[in-house]
Design a protein around this ligand. Structure first.
Ligand code: UDP
Ligand code: MG
Length: 151
């Protein structure tokens, strides 16, 4: 099985609801190795680049506000960004996370247990996890410099 790297963000609902430790515990339990971590500011530019593929979706502007912490009173738009590495890490993290829509996420997954859909139809689903190798490579490089990642 390939050794992969994948980007995880503890989204503002996760930080606000004190689920940061839970996310890290679940990733540890999946047998993956944390190789980078930082609290960083989600600038407007970074948010739009991160979600560029979704820019034509009706929920895009709400998504940018959400990831920048504007619905959860997050100071300085800060977020915890992580890189995990391991065999099949991308799929393994997606399995721990659960489906994008919290209503469809399996019970026991992070999103299934702790995600919600707001009355504005925003999916608040606790964490971001890269979805495939191309996305993972692009996202890790977008959020981290090479020298911030354990080689
Ligand atoms: N999202 C949403 N409504 C939708 C689809 C997506 O609010 O109908 C949000 C949700 O927070 C999701 C993010 O947009 O996590 C990115 O969407 P994507 O399809 O990439 O899902 P993910 O890769 O995060 O599972
Ligand atoms: Mg995605």
């Amino acid at each position: 099985m390939p050794i992969e790297q994948t980007l995880i963000l503890v989204k503002p609902d996760g930080a606000h609801r004190k689920l940061t430790g839970l996310v890290i515990d679940r990733l540890d339990a999946a047998g993956l190795e944390m190789v980078a971590a930082k609290m960083t500011c989600v600038t407007e530019k970074l948010a739009r680049e991160h979600y560029a593929a979704l820019s034509d979706k009706p929920f895009f502007e709400g998504l940018i506000k959400y990831i920048r912490g504007e619905f959860h009173g997050i100071k300085d738009h800060r977020i915890l960004a992580l890189v995990y590495r391991g065999e099949n890490a991308i799929k393994a993290v997606r399995a721990v996370a659960g489906a994008t829509n919290p209503e469809q996420a399996a019970p026991g997954t992070i999103r299934g247990s702790f995600g919600r859909i707001t009355t504005a139809q925003q999916f608040e689903n606790v964490l971001h996890a890269s979805s495939d190798p191309a996305d993972a490579a692009r996202e890790v490089a977008l959020w981290f410099r090479k020298d911030e990642i354990i080689p």
